[in-house]
Write a protein that binds this ligand. Structure first.
Ligand code: COA
Length: 155
């Protein structure tokens, strides 16, 4: 079975992430959405909250599972025996960072490849921090986040 990991901090998961996962799942039979803690990000939601929201988002999709890990992504992929990472590209500005990460991950784990999906144009400007800032200033994000995130915001 073809399987790939889509890792991120998902703080919170947005429709841009969902778009990448669903499209990647057309190419790979199984997607592991891996919720990680970014070493330089303090975090808005707890790891447990982020995992729960990602799980709820994909609860109707048995070919998409959610896991969590700390440490290096490449080492986790190696431990799981998975050889493909998925990343989304939103703009040219993402490229330098993504190329660096792809090469670093391959250096840590030779044989580990990164497959890039171009983000759909309606989400090209979207990031978790855009969502966080809009929420903090009471702007509606209903069109930008999956239903479980919207539900949490409305609580
Ligand atoms: N749609 C919407 N937003 C998107 C997106 C998309 N398709 N793709 C990325 N983003 C957003 C993310 O939400 C995030 O927003 P934020 O910065 O406002 O929170 C931003 O773009 C950056 O995304 P990303 O680069 O995926 O960062 P991340 O923090 O979500 O995840 C890890 C990064 C966890 C995958 C990475 O740090 C990692 O691999 N960590 C483990 C340590 C490691 O192995 N390091 C590499 C080798 S040294």
């Amino acid at each position: 079975m073809s399987i790939a990991i889509y890792a991120g901090s998902f703080d919170p998961i947005t429709n841009g992430h969902v778009d990448i996962v669903m499209r990647a799942n057309q190419v790979f039979e199984h997607i592991v959405v891996l919720v990680m803690q970014h070493s330089q990000k303090t975090g808005w939601l707890s790891l447990e909250q982020r995992v729960a929201l990602v799980q709820e988002t994909f609860s109707d999709h048995p070919s998409i599972t959610v896991e969590t890990a700390s440490g290096l992504l490449a080492q986790y992929a190696q431990k799981r025996g998975i050889q493909t990472l998925i990343r989304g590209l939103r703009a040219v500005s993402d490229f330098d960072y993504e190329a660096q990460m792809a090469l670093a991950n391959r250096d840590i784990c030779p044989g580990l490849d990164t497959v890039f999906f171009m983000t759909s144009k309606e989400y090209a400007y979207l990031s978790s921090s855009v969502v966080r800032e809009m929420v903090q200033h009471q702007a509606s994000v209903a069109h930008l986040v999956p239903a479980p995130v919207q539900g949490m915001i409305e609580l």
